[in-house]
Design a protein around this ligand. Structure first.
Ligand code: GTP
Length: 303
């Protein structure tokens, strides 16, 4: 009889699911200690499935941040996001179901239904507790939440104030099954530097522009290279649907684009630990959000 190879490390996938805007990406970034998933006040900021990798000594937790699940599936991009969110449930060992304070609406119900079907162990993470002034109401709500499903844990946190995030991280680490590491220990995400650069630029667009933009804007990295003097030279192309949106993104005498570019550059330098030279262009590309083929050509390939 052959001895099985001894594994003395622990590693597993943890899916972070929930309706849009409950703070999934913020929780992930707080756990990893770096911006691996972009966030904004606008719902549905996360469009892709992103892994955040947290390695500590002999343990590696691979968090999968998913686009917010929601019931509206009108446009192609919404369908894509729902697929990306659901497909991550197949391969994980633990689900963190994120809800917000004392709110629990139809979209939360829909997510809970999906989770129940998956039969995975679920921890309920009640985020944004800092926003709840009435602590008695919170207690009553937590009690009610407990009754909705056989949650292994119900954990109130505030990602924004970094409250109970370390405790959550430690609990997850304890829960990992014995396994080889999936990623080298220095990795913090499965995504390429190009992808991260595009996402950070998109985050600035989401944050600085009006409500009209979220669905219609996308970013392509046309060039990403190290120059002879050790600077990352990044050229980003911002694609919008309409001329009015182009003007909105650029701002008066380019003021908007300049501020966003400078903010994005700072984040990129922090992320890559390297000096960055960033150039941005804006171009009108009509109708892309309704065209699945165009989506795929821009990298929305549901992987
Ligand atoms: N007050 C408060 N706000 C928070 C907290 N966590 C996240 N937020 C804010 O909530 C908004 C949404 O956060 P995200 O992390 O982008 O939410 P998400 O669930 O990933 O959103 P989608 O990308 O739409 O799925 C942002 O403006 C965050 O700053 C928290 O603990 N307290």
């Amino acid at each position: 009889m052959h001895d099985l190879p001894e594994v003395n490390t622990y590693c597993g996938m943890v899916a972070i699911v929930g309706r849009p805007n409950v703070g999934k990406s913020t929780i992930l970034n707080e756990i990893i200690g770096q911006k691996v998933s972009i966030t904004s006040r606008k719902p549905q900021t996360t469009r892709h499935r992103i892994m955040g990798i947290d390695t500590l000594d002999d343990r590696q937790a691979i968090y999968v941040d998913t686009p917010g699940l929601h019931s509206e599936e009108k446009r192609a991009i919404n369908r894509y996001m729902n697929r990306a969110a659901s497909s991550s449930l197949g391969e994980v060992s633990l689900v963190l179901f994120v809800v917000e304070g004392t709110r629990f609406n139809d979209d939360d119900k829909m997510v809970l239904k999906k989770i129940k079907n998956s039969r995975l162990p679920v921890w309920l993470i009640v985020n944004k507790t800092d926003k709840v002034e009435d602590k008695n109401a919170l207690m009553t709500h937590l009690q009610w939440l407990h009754e909705q499903h056989d949650f292994a844990h119900v954990i109130p946190v505030s990602a924004k104030q970094n409250k109970y995030i370390t405790e959550l991280r430690d609990m997850v680490m304890e829960q990992l099954p014995p396994s080889e590491f999936y990623f080298p220990e220095e990795y913090i995400t499965d995504r390429s530097s190009r992808f991260m650069a595009a996402e950070i630029i998109r985050e600035k667009l989401m944050r600085y522009t009006g409500d009209e933009l979220p669905y219609s804007v996308t970013v392509e990295i046309e060039q990403f290279k190290m120059t002879e003097n050790g600077v990352y030279r990044i050229n980003g192309l911002i694609l919008v649907e309409r001329e009015t949106q182009k003007r909105m993104v650029i701002g008066k005498q380019g003021s908007h684009l300049k501020t966003m570019g400078s903010d994005a550059r700072k984040d990129l330098e922090e992320l890559f630990q390297n000096k960055v030279f960033l150039e941005l262009w804006v171009k009108v590309k009509s109708g892309w959000a309704d065209d699945e083929r165009a989506l795929r050509s821009l990298g929305y390939d549901n992987q």
